[in-house]
Design a protein around this ligand. Structure first.
Ligand SMILES: [Zn+2]
Length: 180
């Protein structure tokens, strides 16, 4: 009897109602990300491959401004991506790191307040929202979030802080006095 009760309890605790799914194109993926970032209270860990979505970048900056600790790891391609949100976030004071250890750092995840995970094929880009066939899962699960956080930390361990190289290059313009 006790076993049956426990089995039912476990089945209920793993209820699918804690998982939401969204599909691109134009199926609410960006809105779901923005909404969940908007609800964040303490921490947001991001790992992204391409990151060009203006609404998502703005939502992350707004979260950071209201005191949420936001940290972002991006693939090395974002060092040269013309429309990367990396520069915007960096200039707004959000710490950005580049993971160059892999052929591509292809994860697209957010871990929010240590209990919510956003993941799927959905890149944080305009194309993923408007043109591509993608999926995004929003999962409420603290135990799973712990695993994603550990994986995120392991990537942070071999990532480097992002600096805006395009701006550094601009600083070498002829009318600026060189330090050396
Ligand atoms: Zn890595």
């Amino acid at each position: 009897m006790k076993t049956i009760f426990l089995t039912i309890l476990l089945a209920v605790s793993a209820s699918a109602s804690d998982i939401k799914v969204f599909f691109s194109p134009k199926g609410g993926c960006t809105e779901a990300v923005v909404e969940n970032v908007g609800k964040a209270k303490s921490t947001i860990l991001v790992q992204a491959y391409s990151f060009t979505s203006a609404p998502i970048a703005k939502a992350l900056v707004d979260a950071a401004k209201r005191g949420v600790k936001v940290q972002v790891i991006l693939d090395k391609s974002q060092r040269t991506e013309k429309y990367s949100g990396a520069d915007f976030l960096l200039h707004e004071g959000v710490p950005i790191f580049i993971d160059a250890k892999h052929a591509i750092a292809h994860n697209k995840i957010m871990v929010i307040d240590s209990h919510k995970i956003l993941t799927g094929s959905f890149n944080f880009t305009k194309e993923a929202e408007e043109s591509n066939a993608e999926n995004l899962l929003v999962i409420e699960d603290a135990a799973l979030a712990k695993k994603y956080t550990a994986n995120w930390q392991s990537h942070l361990g071999h990532s480097e802080p992002y600096t805006d190289e395009k701006e550094t290059m601009a600083d070498t313009r002829p009318n600026r006095k060189r330090a050396k």
